[in-house]
Ligand binder design. Sequence first.
Ligand code: 13P
Length: 251
Amino acid sequence: MRRKMVAGNWKMNMTPSQAVRLAEELKPQVSSEEVDVVFCVPAIDIVPVAEAVKGSSISVGAENMYYEEKGAYTGEIAPDMLVDAGVKYVIIGHSERRQYFKEDDAMLNKKVRKAIEHSLVPILCCGETLEQREEGVTLSFVKQQITSAFESVPAEDAVKCVIAYEPIWAIGTGKVATTEQAQEVCGAIRENIRELYGEKTAEQIRILYGGSVNAGNAAQLFAQPDIDGGLVGGASLKPEFAEIVNYKKEN
Ligand code: 13P
């Protein structure tokens, strides 16, 4: 049985002092025994947020990471910096990084492998544009993103990763994918993992849905057979995040 996960992606929001206030406000409401809860926060907020959630079941995640160990890469963050700061998860390949910062599949594969090498859990993002959906190439496009990201990753490491399916047209638009659309792609991703790694890995790996998840749609989305939780943007900055984490109680 896969454990559900709800991860907040704070994106480029919250100064360190605001971040601590939000983490402290959410902490008592999102400490869940059933759901793994992660706050993925801006790099500068990692240390104070890790301190704020100490002693709770909440994990801290990063929103990005570089694939080199250290050195002359001005402005980048190395994996062991994240580990030392108390980070467990790292978002890799969010569509905003692919789109605005030109991160490509080859780079993302390096990041996935480097994160694993440092025992960080990658939350690997994938998802199609509206044009791709309309052209009917969603499944083949996402399959290629997944296959490329997992290149040279052995099964024993792949199984520990988390995949987040985030259709680009549903991010920050209020336009959520229907449960059927979300399930269809998440099911296809699991099938892709089955082809790459076999049944056991496919059954164990967690696949999240992201894109306008809110307190009203979380329960239905998370009830789908291949959706193991959510990667939440806008609603992760509000008390509503607690309702999403506690989606079973709310509905
Ligand atoms: P929204 O929940 O704001 O649509 O953002 C989704 C997302 O990009 C999470 O990574």
